[in-house]
Design a protein around this ligand. Structure first.
Ligand code: ADP
Ligand code: MG
Length: 250
């Protein structure tokens, strides 16, 4: 199977060489666990390290805020956008029902899943994208009223994406949970996301307050042997770094 770098420091070796190319990976976790940073790092470093242009569709945070926040990691998104290597598609304005000032945006009233997919694939074609991020499924689905509609939308999204040849991350939100607490774990908000994804990565916190450790756990990655450990994760000045347990608790 063809692999491509996840862009996350320390992760490729836990996956036997990186993400399977042209597949969909679900990144799930509670709020603040680092899903959006993870997704942008996948896009940003994929462009720099693997020469794979990326489309980042944001339903949660406004593009300008993302551009500014990512400067903390010295990631100059604007420069990549100016060179047509990265396209940030603003779907936040459409959600709010206001016009967007962005070059790429979803028009209010165009949140219909079919139109949305056509728009996204159009942008992807224009820049020759090899990577796609949908952040996040729950925010996208907040437009749809019934759970059955949401399931159908996620199925359609996964189907189109698998046909498009784009290596894709979509994010989902789950309640805070402690791994191994005995309670049944939930891996995605609507549960359909984890079934359609070829890979599932769970971001979590162990403990609370200053003693908390961020963790990453590979729940599933089709077609590859992968680590089954819970790995410490750090958000550093260069982005997300995944470690091995022995590196942290020596
Ligand atoms: N520059 C940074 N250095 C260290 N941690 C950061 C930095 N920027 C954000 N964070 C941490 O990442 C969290 C947000 O990550 P984000 O990817 O937006 O989470 P999610 O999308 O899962 O809600 C913040 O709550 C903060 O704890
Ligand atoms: Mg987020």
């Amino acid at each position: 199977m063809d692999r491509t770098t996840s862009g996350i420091y320390g992760l490729d070796e836990l996956l036997g060489g990186g993400f399977p190319k042209k597949r969909a990976i679900l990144v799930s976790g509670a709020c603040g666990t680092g899903k959006s940073i993870f997704s942008m790092q996948f896009a940003y470093r994929g462009i720099l390290e693997a020469e794979e242009p990326a489309v980042f569709v944001t339903f949660d945070e406004m593009p300008d805020k993302i551009r500014q926040d990512m400067l903390n990691f010295k990631w100059n998104l604007k420069e990549l956008e100016d060179n047509d290597l990265l396209a940030i598609v603003d779907a936040t304005s459409a959600r709010a029902g206001v016009p967007s000032e962005e070059e790429h945006s979803i028009l209010p009233g165009q949140l219909d899943i079919d139109k949305l997919l056509v728009d996204i694939l159009g942008v992807a074609r224009n820049i020759g994208a090899k990577r796609l991020v949908i952040d996040s499924i729950p925010a996208m689905a907040s437009q749809l009223e019934q759970e059955s509609q949401i399931r159908r939308a996620v199925l359609k999204l996964a189907y189109i994406v698998s046909r498009s040849g784009l290596t894709t991350i979509f994010t989902s939100e789950i309640p805070e949970q402690s791994l191994g607490s005995g309670a049944a774990m939930q891996f995605s908000k609507y549960e359909v996301e984890e079934y359609v994804a070829d890979g599932v990565i769970i971001l979590n916190f162990l403990g609370v307050g200053t003693g908390a450790t961020r963790t990453l756990y590979v729940r599933k990655m089709r077609g590859t042997k992968h680590s089954l450990e819970i790995h410490p994760l750090e958000i550093t000045e260069k982005g997300i770094v995944v470690k091995k347990v022995e590196e942290v608790f020596k």
